[in-house]
Write a protein that binds this ligand. Structure first.
Ligand SMILES: *Cc1c(COP(=O)(O)O)cnc(C)c1O
Length: 220
């Protein structure tokens, strides 16, 4: 079942990449395991998936302990006081959305002598239920965290609203890409666009996603 889902997903990634004239190798898949348990993580690792996403510190704890060799991505809202529980164990944090969290990660990085790979979360749709900076706050935010030497800003992340017709979210992905292109510089190599979930990953790939975060399409 998972193997079939995975195969189908890889095919779809290829189709979407071809439509955009992109190399499917440039698109990294994160299997989101927030709704499933240890067995599913094991199954997914067995079919060859190496990157996993979780959105709650505590729920992810056991999975990371059991599978420390996999790459774990933190994709949920992160409280500043939990920075110390995340930074040492995760490959990347996709949800840097405010200065207080940047400060907490910087302090934590100093304390553990670690660097945090982060993506800045931007709320391109403006939906109130979504976390993330407003697009027009992004440049100033980058400017403010420039001196934070324990943060390595690798790109941007967004979560699109759910629409029955995934075409409707295309402008929100396009906006993220525009920000990336506009503000990449010597100081900030904004290589990654983490965008696209089960409902809309093909659109996201067409719009330049380098990382897609997929749960339901893999695990049902
Ligand atoms: C749950 C979640 C996903 C995966 O959602 P699916 O629709 O199940 O693919 C991706 N990104 C974030 C931030 C999530 O919380």
């Amino acid at each position: 079942m998972l193997a079939d889902n995975y195969k189908k997903l890889l095919e779809n990634i290829e189709v979407a990449a071809a439509r955009a004239g992109r190399d499917p190798q440039d698109i990294q898949l994160i299997a989101v395991t927030k709704y499933v348990g240890l067995n599913e993580v094991k199954e997914a690792a067995k079919v060859g998936i190496k990157d996993f996403g979780e959105n709650r510190v505590q729920e992810a704890d056991e999975k990371i302990k059991q599978f420390p060799g996999l790459n774990w991505h933190f994709i949920g809202h992160l409280q500043s006081n939990k920075a110390k529980d995340v930074l040492p164990y995760y490959t990347m944090i996709h949800s840097l959305d405010r200065l207080s969290l940047a400060k907490a990660l910087q302090r934590c990085g100093e304390r553990f002598n670690l660097t945090a790979n982060v993506l800045v979360q931007v709320n391109t749709s403006g939906e109130e239920s979504k976390f993330g900076l407003a697009p027009d706050e992004f440049p100033r935010f980058l400017e403010k965290i420039k001196s934070y030497d324990r943060l390595r800003v690798r790109g941007l992340m967004t979560m699109a609203p759910f629409y029955d017709d995934p075409e409707a979210v295309r402008p929100f992905f396009r906006e993220l890409r525009y920000l990336r292109d506009q503000y990449s510089s010597n100081e900030f190599d904004l290589e990654h666009l983490s965008m696209g979930m089960t409902n809309d990953y093909m659109i996201a790939i067409e719009e330049g996603a380098t990382i897609i975060r997929v749960g339901s399409a893999l695990f049902g």
